[in-house]
Design a protein around this ligand. Structure first.
Ligand SMILES: [Zn+2]
Length: 281
């Protein structure tokens, strides 16, 4: 259940067409309107308040995530997500974990006997062999060291709505304002806010951005190198990036943000690939 009946929406070039059509009225960019939850597009990134059907607590979630989560059982907060997974497994397979199914277990034993001559798959030899195969195929010993495998895992988690990537209030705000997708997976990275139609990534770097440096986990140099690798990765995937840097964690007014984005789109069309905007400037 969603608590709000209506949400506030600021009209901009990215959503104007939709709301003009649905409200059957002429709007202009910058207009602030109240939109009934019923009228939100299923892809809306606006954050709503919902009630967890497990613990009864309210939680905040992007509307689009709420819609997808509803396709598979109850709505739940992040704390109760594990319970939902168990429930779904019980409902579909009659067990908390598919590995408990007799036929699955039987088949595993059978395959292990064929492959390793033992009922248990992990023997010292098989362990060593697994490492070798991984090295040959992916260039590393453990699966999560491989960017390729991590990218696949990222994509699957995103599709399942299990994406636990931290997002800041400002990041969510930008996504709602610009109708962008939050934590959009590109390879083994995530873009803070992705504008699908324009194929542009927006990164938000607030005060917490270089926390790992301030906590001493990374040196400034290491941190900068990682950031550069991240942005280069996006550029290699033909996604130009606008990076908003705010040292105070405050965002400029909506019309200013939109103006920055429009100016950047213009510059991107002239061949620029990365724009950093620092405020207060
Ligand atoms: Zn809950």
């Amino acid at each position: 259940m969603i608590l709000e009946e209506e949400v506030k929406m600021v009209i901009n070039q990215f959503n104007i067409e939709y709301y003009q059509k649905i409200l059957n009225t002429k709007l202009k960019c910058g207009d602030r309107i109240m939109v009934s939850i019923k009228d939100l597009p299923e892809t809306s990134g606006v954050v709503i308040t919902a009630i967890c059907e497990y613990c009864g607590q309210s939680f905040r979630q992007q509307y689009r995530r709420y819609v997808t989560a509803g396709l598979t059982g109850k709505h739940c907060c992040s704390k109760c997500r594990y319970q939902k997974i168990v429930d779904l497994s019980m409902e579909r397979y009659g067990t908390k974990c598919t590995l408990n199914l007799p036929e699955v277990h039987q088949k595993m034993v059978h395959n292990n006997l064929l492959k390793y001559g033992t009922t248990h798959s992990v023997t010292p030899e098989s362990y060593a062999k697994r490492g070798e195969t991984m090295k040959k195929r992916y260039g590393c010993e453990y699966s999560l060291q491989s960017p390729e495998i991590r990218a696949k895992a990222n994509q699957t988690m995103y599709e399942l709505g299990n994406c636990e990537v931290f997002s800041s209030k400002q990041q969510e705000y930008l996504c709602t304002l610009l109708n962008g997708i939050s934590n959009f997976p590109v390879g083994h990275y995530h873009i803070d806010c992705f504008l699908k139609e324009q194929n542009i990534g927006i990164e938000y770097s607030g005060r917490g951005h270089d926390l790992s440096v301030r906590l001493g986990d990374l040196t400034e140099k290491e941190f900068q190198a990682r950031e550069k690798a991240r942005h280069t990765y996006f550029l290699n995937h033909n996604i130009p990036i606008i990076e908003f840097v705010s040292h105070t964690d405050k965002l400029p007014p909506d019309d200013e943000i939109i103006r920055y984005v429009n100016e950047s789109i213009e510059k991107f069309s002239q061949g620029l690939k990365y724009i950093q905007i620092i405020f207060p400037n």
